[in-house]
Design a protein around this ligand. Structure first.
Ligand SMILES: [Zn+2]
Length: 307
């Protein structure tokens, strides 16, 4: 009787499930959030996200203020200690310790923001929506600036909005044939000191993404939007492909929260549900890789990790 009892106790301790599927609960950096302006981005407010490939719709916040408040609430809930926010100048004064500012547009303004310590990424750069590729001459000033200031570039390709967005939400110049991440290659060679992260992982070009990351060690990816807009199984296949290929130290968590704060939670769960990841690999994706890429100080990392 005693033997049998001991045997069951032993089984409890060597249960292999515990190490593989353990949920990560530490600090998170979300490298892909948007702050919207009430007037300029009015079209987004109150918009219900059209059905995703998961068949889900998301009800949008109705104002810029609600967007900010609900995003910070979600960050609090999930221990998101830092976020790279496109349009982040709009939110910076509310929580300067939590915001890394991503901006784009006028180069003079970008230089002035940088001089004030208020520019941490050029994001997002999305010539894709205008029917252009990365090597379009109009993009050169941004690459030069990024290289000079050592500010990472966040480069957007697919998914561009909801599936079918060309027809439903006015993204008329977007083309799938302009979405391949290999379009960055000549730009990377021309600006070798530029730090780049391909947004949304370069999905669905898994093999080309492996090629790009192998040939260009300075390239990182975020996994924003694909962790909630495509079926979780497809997201896992893509993520597993990159991790198995040896790029687990260059993958960063992002949500691409726009006006649907619940997408942050869905994105976090999608990574946590990935049973092929160890807890250490999850920690890299949720925090360590971004802390390293965006150059957080050792002191700040210690504070975040409660050490
Ligand atoms: Zn985005």
């Amino acid at each position: 009787m005693n033997y049998i009892f001991s045997f069951f106790i032993l089984l409890l301790f060597i249960n292999p499930i515990t190490s593989q599927s353990e949920k990560y609960k530490g600090p998170i950096i979300d490298v892909h959030i948007h702050a919207f302006d009430q007037e300029r981005n009015a079209m987004f407010f109150g918009m219900t996200h059209p059905p995703t490939l998961r068949g889900e719709t998301y009800k949008g916040v109705v104002s810029a203020e609600e967007q900010r408040i609900k995003t910070f609430q979600m960050m609090e809930k999930h221990n998101i200690v830092k976020a790279v926010v496109a349009g982040g100048t709009l939110w910076y004064d509310h929580h300067p310790e939590k915001i890394l500012i991503g901006e784009q547009g006028d180069v003079k303004r970008l230089r002035s923001l940088h001089a004030q310590g208020k520019l941490h990424a050029l994001s997002e750069l999305s010539p894709f929506y205008a029917g252009m590729k990365a090597d379009n001459p109009m993009m050169s000033p941004y690459y030069s600036l990024a290289e000079e200031l050592q500010i990472p570039v966040g480069f957007h390709i697919l998914p561009g909005g909801p599936n079918g967005g060309i027809y439903t939400v006015g993204m008329k110049k977007m083309r799938a044939y302009n979405a391949n991440p290999l379009q960055m290659e000549d730009v990377l060679v021309k600006y070798p000191r530029m730090k780049v992260y391909i947004m949304h992982g370069g999905w669905p070009y898994l093999e080309d993404m492996k090629a790009l990351m192998y040939a260009h060690p300075q390239v990182y990816v975020d996994i924003a939007v694909i962790n909630w807009i495509i079926p979780e199984k497809e997201f896992h296949n893509f993520l597993k492909g990159l991790v198995d290929a040896g790029f687990g130290k260059r993958i960063m968590f992002g949500s691409d929260q726009m006006t649907w704060p619940q997408t942050i939670e869905i994105g976090i769960n999608a990574v946590n549900n990935a049973d092929f990841l160890t807890l250490n690999q999850k920690e890299d994706i949720f925090y360590n890789n971004a802390a390293q890429f965006f150059g957080l100080s050792d002191e700040e990392i210690k504070v975040h990790k409660g050490m």
